[in-house]
Structures are given as structure tokens and as C-alpha cells.
Design a protein around this ligand. Structure first.
Ligand SMILES: Nc1ncnc2c1ncn2[C@@H]1O[C@H](COP(=O)(O)OP(=O)(O)OP(=O)(O)O)[C@@H](O)[C@H]1O
Length: 342
């Protein structure tokens, strides 16, 4: 086997970041594109050092005329490598990138669950990370959206999603595939400039590289890496602050006679007033994530955060689903919006 610099780099990354343990079962998500082919080849070559058992999963979204042929191509590669192959095919064509991603992770988790894989491994690269950061930046997001693609993320209680190529650029995976003559299946939709993601990849990043910084892609990906540690720290600290400030299902003695019946929880304003704005906002977001069905938006969080220092009796408009937050002395009370008959 030919051992390249990329093999050494990935081996080191897996060890230093504790991405996988020895002798585990790894399900590798292979689309057939250059990134996931590079990934599976590297993992196959490292397999004997780590004692892993590898499997290959492919998801057929049925949204391209050649998707069945693509699936067959990956199946044949798996057979040549002597690796177990699992295919999931969408019942109906999946028609947006977001729904495709959601369906794919569900399909991959189901395969991993049934066949006892503890890890699902994807070929996301530093280039994907830079693109995701730019995409989220333009849509408007806090640091959380900019941390863009984490190294590890639990998909279910016992399945971990791992992305070992986050420090490797797409240029490197392309060179690697050429060097080992890996048969890349070209995804025709990658060329379609109607997708924002493709315009970022093919127009925006080359523009930034040509006019601002030749290393822009890597620099942006590294920013995502730095932000990831910041976000992790802030989220953990906010969690502790929330636990200090919050009480669930408060007793009736805290309700005035005209109060709604169902008090969801209350927050101690004195505890929150001492905290910096960054943590106040995060506490409010975490609470809204718990009580709302959909992700809270910027305005929801800002209105709620303003109650920390607002005059007594101030309140928010109802959030989607009907919950309302209201100041009562030292407390912010969350109610579910229906009024009590008493
Ligand atoms: N149809 C699929 N089946 C299995 N895994 C997939 C599929 N599509 C994407 N993935 C996984 O998700 C990763 C990132 O997805 P993305 O949509 O960015 O892939 P891509 O551009 O097709 O990447 P690649 O160059 O690996 O094909 C891929 O590297 C692969 O591990």
C-alpha cells in the first residue's frame, strides 16, 4: 500500500481528536464523489492499524436521471473492496437540498442501527466548511451558524456522526483521487449555478482567492474551527446559568388572580442581570428551543432578553404556539397563553 502525506495527516487527526476508537464498526457514507471516495480509500488503508470493521452506505435520492447508475457504481466499488454495502432508496424523489440532507441522515442512522455501526462517517471537507460558513453568514446567523460543520455530532443516543476530512480541501481530495485513480462519479447538479451552494463554490470563493487572499478557503475554514470551541464554551456556560436562574412549573402562589393557569416556568432576573449579554441571549434561546416547536428567530430572542431589565409587567407578544413571557418583580414568567377561569 502506498502511504501518502494525506494518510499520515488523517491518521494523526483521528488519534489527536479521538474521532474513533480501535476495533469499532464504521459506516462510511459514500456518494461516489471525490470527497467520499478519498475518505473511504483512506479509511480502508488505515483499517488494519485500527482494527475497524468498515461498511459503505449509499443513499439514492432519485432526483437525478443517473442516480440509479450512481448507486450501482458505488455498490460495485464496495464489492471490489470486499466491504459490506447498504443502499437506501427514497420512495419519492427528494426535491430540496435540506430535505435531501434530512432524509439522508435518517436513512444512514437506520442502516447503522440495524447493522450495529457506532459511527457514521462523511467526507465533508474544509472546503465544505468554508462554503457553509459563508452561506450561513449571508443568511444572518450568530457564531453558532458560523462554526459550520463539527468534527463529531450525536445522531442518535448511540450513533455518532464523524467528519475526519475537515482539515483537507477539495483540491487535496481531487489530487488524491487522481493519484490512486479512484473512479469519481461526477454529480451533474454540482455544476448547476441555480444552487446558492454551487455559486459560492464556483464563483464567490475563487473571487475571494483572486482578489483578497489566495488562502481564503482555508482561512475561513479555520475561523469555523475557532468558533466551534467558542460556541461550545458559551453554550455550556449558558446551560449552567439557565439551570441557576430557571424553575419549571411554579406553584400557584406566584400567580396573581388574573394570571393564566398554565405557568410553564419562571426565570430569576437578578441572576440573569449579572451575566453578560452573550450569555443572556443564549439562555433565552435555549429556553425558547425547549418550549417552541420551531427554532426561535432573532426577534424572539431579543424581545425575551429585553425583559431581563424591563419594567414590571412588561411582556412579549405571544410566541408561535401561544406562550407569553411577562415580568413580575424579580421574575420572568412563561405562560402558555390561555387564560384561567377563576
Ligand atoms: N447520496 C449519498 N449517499 C451517501 N452519502 C452521501 C450522499 N451524498 C452525500 N453523502 C455524504 O455526505 C458528504 C457531504 O455531502 P455533500 O452533499 O457535500 O457531498 P458531495 O458533494 O456529493 O461530496 P462527495 O465529493 O463525497 O460526493 C459526502 O462526502 C458523503 O460522505
Amino acid at each position: 500500500m502506498v502511504w501518502t502525506k494525506l494518510h499520515a495527516e488523517i491518521h494523526r487527526t483521528i488519534r489527536s481528536r479521538h474521532l474513533f476508537e480501535c476495533k469499532k464498526r464504521l459506516l462510511v457514507a459514500v456518494s461516489g464523489g471525490q470527497d467520499s471516495l478519498c475518505l473511504i480509500k483512506l479509511l480502508l488503508d488505515l483499517q488494519s492499524k485500527w482494527g475497524w470493521e468498515l461498511g459503505i452506505a449509499h443513499c439514492d435520492h432519485c432526483w437525478r436521471a443517473d442516480s440509479q447508475a450512481n448507486a450501482l457504481h458505488v455498490k460495485n466499488l464496495a464489492a471490489n473492496w470486499g466491504v459490506s454495502f447498504y443502499l437506501e432508496t427514497a420512495n419519492q424523489p427528494v426535491n430540496s437540498e435540506a430535505t435531501a440532507r434530512e432524509w439522508r441522515y435518517q436513512a444512514l442512522s437506520a442502516i447503522a442501527q440495524i447493522h450495529n455501526y457506532e459511527y457514521i462517517v462523511t467526507g465533508h471537507t474544509a472546503s465544505d466548511r468554508a462554503e457553509t460558513l459563508l452561506y450561513n453568514l449571508m443568511r444572518g446567523t450568530g457564531a453558532d451558524g458560523l462554526q459550520a460543520l463539527t468534527w463529531q455530532r450525536p445522531l442518535t443516543e448511540n450513533i455518532l456522526l464523524v467528519r475526519p476530512l475537515l482539515e483537507i480541501t477539495r483540491k487535496q481530495t481531487e489530487q488524491f483521487c487522481q493519484e490512486f485513480q479512484l473512479p469519481i462519479w461526477e454529480d451533474s447538479t454540482n455544476q448547476d449555478l441555480k444552487y446558492a451552494r454551487n455559486r459560492i463554490r464556483q464563483e464567490l470563493i475563487p473571487y475571494l482567492q483572486a482578489n483578497f487572499n489566495p488562502q481564503a478557503e482555508l482561512a475561513i475554514a479555520q475561523t469555523a474551527e475557532l468558533l466551534q470551541a467558542d460556541v461550545e464554551y458559551l453554550e455550556r456556560t449558558a446551560q449552567q446559568l439557565k439551570e441557576e436562574a430557571m424553575e419549571w412549573e411554579v406553584g400557584e402562589e406566584f400567580l396573581s388572580s388574573s394570571s393564566p393557569a398554565s405557568l410553564l416556568l419562571r426565570l430569576n432576573r437578578q441572576v440573569l442581570q449579572k451575566a453578560p449579554l452573550a450569555l443572556q441571549r443564549r439562555v433565552m434561546r435555549q429556553i425558547l428551543q425547549e418550549i417552541l416547536a420551531d427554532a426561535p428567530n432573532f426577534e424572539h430572542i431579543e424581545k425575551l432578553t429585553a425583559l431581563i431589565t424591563a419594567p414590571n409587567r412588561s411582556q412579549t407578544d405571544p410566541f408561535p404556539g401561544g406562550a407569553i413571557a411577562q415580568v413580575q418583580g424579580n421574575w420572568i414568567l412563561f405562560r402558555n397563553g390561555e387564560r384561567r377561569n377563576n
